[in-house]
Design a protein around this ligand. Structure first.
Ligand code: IPE
Ligand code: IPE
Ligand code: MG
Length: 221
């Protein structure tokens, strides 16, 4: 049985879900947050130590300003209004990505959430916000004095963390969209047609089961 340390999610399909249900794209984003909450709860029960969610890519700035602002608003509302629940569930929040481009309000609420949850031990939840893997890699390379794999990894946002064992992408596209290109080198990939708001705990359990019994070689036989 494979040990499971870390699951990464590309939670795609919110916009299409909103449209399909005769509401706007933003309604899909609201539903997407509900899915994140459910999946974190289930992962605590399933004893998954680390989750990473792709929330906003460095390419998502190409979207209309209204959608971008709405996305940031729901993130900041969530952490202002529901931080007590995050704390009581034992969730440790960590952010990967470049915070400097975000608004001062959002930065403040994120930093506060990191601070308030830093001693929590049940699960680590990484949120990738304004995250782009190519930028991360260039940044790490520039900051590594003696370039080798170990030193380089110490300069990635995911330093001190095991790499994802599983990547799950909903929404039907089989691509990485600039997400954890380095860290996913040996992950098991699961691509689902389902849109993110429809992703549920039983999907997660099925994937974990498959992963546990899969044969991971890491180059050996
Ligand atoms: C993913 O859903 C969430 C974010 C990028 C924030 P999308 O917004 O990409 O939804 P689709 O792919 O357009 O349906
Ligand atoms: C990937 O979804 C980014 C996030 C889930 C945050 P996109 O919808 O932005 O990906 P592309 O543009 O279809 O590749
Ligand atoms: Mg998309």
């Amino acid at each position: 049985m494979n040990k499971l340390n870390h699951i990464a999610f590309i939670m795609d399909g919110n916009g299409r879900w909103g449209k399909k249900n005769n509401k706007g794209r933003n309604y899909g984003h609201i539903k997407g947050v509900e899915t994140v909450k459910r999946i974190v709860k289930s992962s605590i029960i399933l004893k998954v130590p680390i989750l990473t969610f792709y929330v906003f890519s460095s390419e998502n700035w190409k979207r209309p300003k209204t959608e971008i602002n709405f996305l940031f608003k729901i993130i900041s509302n969530y952490f202002s209004k529901e931080i007590d629940s995050v704390i009581s569930q034992g969730i440790r929040i960590n952010i990967i990505g470049e915070l400097k481009k975000l608004s001062p309000e959002l930065k403040k609420v994120l930093k506060k959430s990191i601070q308030l949850t830093k001693k929590n031990k049940k699960i680590i939840v990484n949120l990738a916000i304004n995250y782009g893997s190519k930028n991360e890699i260039i940044h790490a390379a520039k900051n590594t004095k003696k370039l080798n794999i170990r030193n380089f990894e110490k300069n990635l946002f995911t330093k001190h963390m095991p790499n994802p064992d599983i990547l799950i992408r909903t929404g039907g596209h089989k691509r990485l969209s600039n997400f954890m290109l380095w860290q996913l080198a040996y992950a098991e990939f699961f691509f689902l047609k389902k849109l993110w708001p429809d992703f549920n705990s039983s999907d997660l359990i099925k994937i974990i089961k498959k992963f546990k019994s899969s044969k991971r070689n890491f180059g050996a036989i």
